[in-house]
Each structure stands twice: as C-alpha cells, then as structure tokens.
Write a protein that binds this ligand. Structure first.
Ligand code: TA6
Length: 439
C-alpha cells in the first residue's frame, strides 16, 4: 500500500467513540458475528485507542488497556493486506514501550497467529473460545523489560536484571557469600554458587534461551502437574514457559537477598486447567539456596495438584556420585514402567535412572566424590523426591543437551509427584520448599 495517505492517531474514547464504534461494529459484529453485548465491555472509556485513517477515512483501530492488554484490532475488509494492521500494532507497541510496560499481551483469533508472530508475539497456554471464535493468548516481552525491572526492583550492588536474550530478563544476584541467576521466564533458577564453590546448579551448554521455552537445566517449576500432561498438554505443567511477574525484591536474614515472582490464571491457563489460582516462587540467595513455591487457591472449589522443583545439579562425574537419604524407601521406577521397588543402600548410577521415591520427607544428600563435596537438599511440603539421569541414550533425545553432558548432571527433585498429590481448598495454600546447601 502507498501508506503516504495513512495516519495512525492515539485517541481517547470520548473524542473518537463514533468512528471507533463504527469500525468495530462493521468488523466484529457484522462481519464476525460477535454479539454487541460482548463487544462493548465497559473498558473503552479507560483505554487508549489507536485510529488508522486513509486520506482521512477511518479504516482501522486498536485498543490498549492500562495493564498492557492489546485488543480490538480491526481493519476494514477492503483495506486489508496493505500494512495497516502492522502499522497499528507497531503504534501500540511504541505506546507500550513509552509507558514502561514490560509485557504486551493479547488474545489472538487463531487465524491471525502468524500476523502477531511476525511482530514478536508468541502463543502461550491453551486455545479457548471467545465470542464463539477460537483464540490463543500471545505475549511479547518489551525490549526495555530488563531496564524497567531494574528501575522497579534492582538493588544497587546486589541485584540487577539483564536480558539473557531478547525478551528474557534474568535477575543477577552477586553477594560476598554467593551468586545466582534467576530467569523471570518460568521463574527458573539458572545458577547458584556459594563463594569458593563450583556452580551447584547445572545448565546445558546447548540450552535454548527463547521466550515461551524452558531452559534445559536450572530449576524448572513443575506445576500444576508433575510429569506427562494429559491429552497433549505440556509435560510438567504450563508455568515453566510463561513470563512471571516480578513482585518484590529485598534483603533477607543473614545478608541474603530474595526475589518474589508471581503468576496468576488467565484464559489461556483455564483452557489447560480450569481453576483460579495465584502462584508465587520466593527465591532466597545466600550461602544456602531456599526456593519456596506457594500455591493459593483463589477459586470457590478445591483443586488437586502435583508439583515439583525440578532441580538439575552439577556433579563431577555421575559414575562417581551417590545419593544418600533414600535408603529403604519405596519408589516407582519409570525405566521399568513405574514398577514398585525399594531402595537398597545409596542410589548409584550406571545407566538411565528415573525414580519417584514415595512417602519420604528425608533430606537427600548428593555425595559427589569427583568434586569432593556433598550437596544437601532439605525440604518441606513435599512427600516425594525424584532422582533422574538420562544417561547416554536418552540424552540423545534432547536437542538441548550436548553429547556426554549426562555425566556432569543429576536431578534430585523436590516434589509431590505420582500418587503423592496435594488438595488445596478454596482460600487455602500449599507451600513446597527446597533448601539447598553445600557441605
Ligand atoms: O523428573 C524426571 C522427568 O520427568 C524425566 O522423566 C524427564 O522427562 C525429565 O523429567 C525431563 O523432562 P522435560 O519435560 O523437562 O524434558
């Protein structure tokens, strides 16, 4: 299109309601059959609106709510395919940037996914119906997200946010007694090392850092289910690939620093798990690492979940590593089709190992002979522990693991998994805590 005659104006509802309403009535109500009662949702007066005009004629519009929610994107049919939608969305994104929004999001009709992907959005959660039309939530972290987070939550000389990749802010914590990195995406601890120690948390050197994907390693948050998802739903739940909110940072006891991240339900999560919830991960960094996953049931019905802090630990050599604390504990052996077994002595490793240890609140101790150290994983709010190493064959199935890396890592996961599930009543909460120290 010759966009010379195109103008995009930011307008308030009360100055352009007639033109905006006419556009949306033609596109959403008449063309797409959206009921009028749904179109006029009462949010227009408090929103910013964007009006596209071609030589003075209104041809398209968009809306931006105060929380970064983009919506009501419409271009009249005769004017489509000329770049007007792109120009409108770019104007909205510029406004998001100018207003310091860290995240822009929208509910996209599934027929329009590629349009939004071309402008940096990625789909999250499950598909849901809105006004009888299939939608997917799409998100786009703004380029200035790390800068915005630093302004709001940075702690001079101790905690700063950097972009590990575009749209992937990471909190870097640097203290005399320890350092850590925590990705806001997925609320995923990526690194923790007490002063003078080799890194304790392992991340693959082939890890992918991309919005909407989990990093191989660190501490993935598995919630609201641990393990395979039913009916094609994502393994280990849906929160480990979502951008969380940074809610608070601050000093804690014994010169520690804490970071509190939160995530709440939306249409895209209800499409996967139809419950209202608030989820928080509070990470306390110091000479020990404390991770507390707090589930709150904000709905009117109880819900049942399994969950886990899926911690990948760095070891010197898996063949010279043992796990203590699980002696004589019953476990389900995933490698043998979830066969019921009982642990004899320490857990040692000479092949793929994938076990859910049940009815145990014991500390697990990784006895790492190669690095000459012991890592203690204490816990609360957890009745099961998972021990996993993929070994050489299974490792080949992970594109985000480099060859031979299985020898350098071991997962000891703090969970409520398999038959160990948790019921959270309305208004109730469940706290899963892992406490890691090096001895
Ligand atoms: O915790 C063990 C496990 O469930 C393994 O079975 C394996 O699937 C591992 O988690 C990694 O899962 P992910 O979905 O992160 O590739």
């Amino acid at each position: 299109m010759d966009t010379s005659g195109l103008s995009i104006q930011t307008v308030a509802w009360d100055e352009a309601a007639e033109a905006l309403s006419a556009l949306r009535r033609r596109v959403f109500v008449q063309e797409q059959g959206v009921p009028e009662t749904l179109e006029w949702d009462g949010l227009d007066a408090g929103a910013s609106h964007f009006l596209a005009q071609a030589d003075g004629e209104p041809v398209g519009c968009a809306r931006l709510l105060a929380d970064g929610h983009i919506g009501r994107m419409a271009v009249l049919k005769p004017w489509r395919g000329r770049g007007i939608g792109t120009a409108l969305l770019q104007a909205v994104l510029a406004a998001c940037h100018a207003r310091g929004h860290g995240l822009a999001f929208l509910n996209a009709q599934t027929a329009a996914l590629d349009f939004y992907r071309r402008l940096g959005f990625h789909a999250v959660g499950g598909e849901f119906m809105d006004a009888g039309i299939p939608h997917l939530r799409m998100e786009r972290a703004m380029e200035n997200l790390a800068q915005h987070l630093n302004h709001a939550h940075g702690i001079a000389g101790k905690l700063r946010f950097v972009d590990a990749a575009p749209g992937l802010p990471v909190a870097e914590i640097t203290l005399p007694q320890a350092s850590a990195r925590i990705a806001v995406n997925g609320a995923q601890v990526l690194e923790w090392a007490p002063a003078g120690q080799q890194p304790v948390i392992w991340v693959s050197r082939a890890a992918v850092y991309q919005p909407g994907k989990g990093v191989r390693g660190g501490v993935p948050v598995c919630w609201p289910w641990f393990g395979a998802g039913e009916g094609g739903k994502p393994a280990h739940g849906f929160v480990r690939t979502r951008l969380w909110q940074v809610r608070q940072t601050g000093p804690g006891p014994a010169d520690t620093v804490f970071l509190r991240l939160g995530f709440t339900n939306d249409e895209s999560t209800r499409a996967l798990w139809n419950h209202a919830f608030d989820l928080e991960l509070v990470v306390s960094v110091g000479a020990a690492l404390k991770m507390e996953l707090v589930t709150r049931n904000t709905g009117a019905e109880p819900f049942t979940l399994t969950d886990g802090l899926h911690t990948y630990f760095r070891v010197g050599d898996i063949g010279k590593t043992r796990v203590l604390g699980l002696e004589d504990t019953a476990y389900l052996d995933k490698v043998q089709g979830m066969k019921e077994c009982r642990q004899r002595g320490a857990v040692t490793f000479n092949g793929e190992t994938d076990r859910v240890y049940l009815d145990t609140e014991a500390d697990c101790i990784i006895d790492d002979a190669a690095l000459g150290r012991k890592i203690r994983i204490a816990k609360s709010g957890s009745r099961s522990s998972v021990v996993w190493n993929p070994w050489s064959e299974k490792e080949k199935g992970f594109a985000d693991m480099a060859e031979g890396e299985y020898r350098d890592m071991l997962c000891v996961e703090t969970t409520n998994a398999a038959t160990d599930s948790v019921v959270v009543p309305p208004g109730g909460e469940h706290r899963l805590v892992a406490f890691v120290g090096v001895e």
